[in-house]
Ligand binder design. Structure first.
Ligand code: HH2
Length: 261
């Protein structure tokens, strides 16, 4: 999954694709680099981010979603707002990627009524304050329990398990120790039986581990996402698609050899 942020303020690429043509061009480059899904977002969820109004978020994302879907590309809409989900699905989005796991009033109904796939992510608190003092009894079991509850809520609303992805939400209300525990025990999340998506690209946890600034975390990101794949992740959400693709080519060849296929 390649990241396409149509925002002025995303933590690593804010402003790069604020204009629709730039975002479309960037997305086409990611597709060429090997992204199977393009995740289009119009509201930053970085720690401390300010909320964006519905109309503005739609203005940012809809032309990009429509242009990519028209070209036959698989588009995901990264939003927490039911109105944006609905409009993006009508514009051709096939997946709703919601960092709030469809908890906003009306979000479950929009997703259930649409036939789109959904990605349910764990977040403790809200982007504005989530990094202030995140705390868990047991981060792996707490996140697992939350995702299990959201899977059940989706099933009750009429969304089949086959349409779901789950995501532990690296960096969303989590310290470095929490993020590392989740990565080390991602198999506990994967054993819920729903495909796992992992997104650590350029995030602060990689900066803390390497001492590198946000634009020099590509190698650390490849390593972290490869570990996630080894622990059961099926989709990785990244900015640097070409590098990740190369790493996965090596990984897949090794797995095929190991399995004798
Ligand atoms: N991370 C971000 C945004 N959306 N969605 C999922 N499913 N998982 C994630 O880990 C995730 C996500 C934050 O990254 P980014 O889009 O690069 O930054 P910003 O929120 O500042 O736009």
């Amino acid at each position: 999954m390649g990241i396409v942020n149509t925002t002025p303020d995303s933590f690593s690429d804010g402003g790069v694709c604020f204009d629709a043509d730039a975002a479309i061009g960037h997305a086409l480059k990611l597709a060429k680099d090997g992204a199977d899904i393009l995740d289009v977002g119009g509201e930053s969820t970085r720690p401390g981010a300010q909320p964006v109004a519905v109309a503005e978020e739609m203005r940012r994302v809809l032309p990009v979603v429509a242009a990519l879907a028209e070209r036959g590309l698989v588009v995901s809409i990264d939003t927490r707002k039911p109105e944006v989900m609905q409009a993006a699905i009508e514009a051709g989005a096939a997946l709703v990627n919601d960092v709030a796991a469809l908890r906003a009033p009306g979000a479950l109904d929009v997703a259930a009524g649409s036939g789109a796939a959904v990605c349910l992510m764990h977040m403790q608190g809200e982007p504005g304050s989530m990094q202030h003092a995140p705390a868990y009894a047991d981060v792996v079991e707490d996140v697992r329990c939350f995702l299990q509850e959201r899977i059940a809520a989706c099933e009750a609303a009429g969304i089949a398990r086959e349409r779901m992805l789950i995501d532990p939400g690296f960096g969303f209300g989590k310290t470095l120790a929490h993020n590392l525990a989740l990565l080390a025990r991602l198999d506990r999340i994967a054993d819920l039986g729903v495909p796992v998506l992992a997104g650590m690209s350029r995030k602060a946890m990689l900066g803390m581990l390497t001492g590198r600034d946000v634009h020099a975390r590509e190698f650390a990101g490849v390593a972290a996402h490869l570990v996630a794949v080894a622990r059961g992740a099926r989709i990785v959400r990244v900015h640097d698609v070409a590098a990740m693709r190369d790493a996965l080519a090596v990984w897949n060849a090794l797995e095929e050899t190991r399995n004798g296929t």
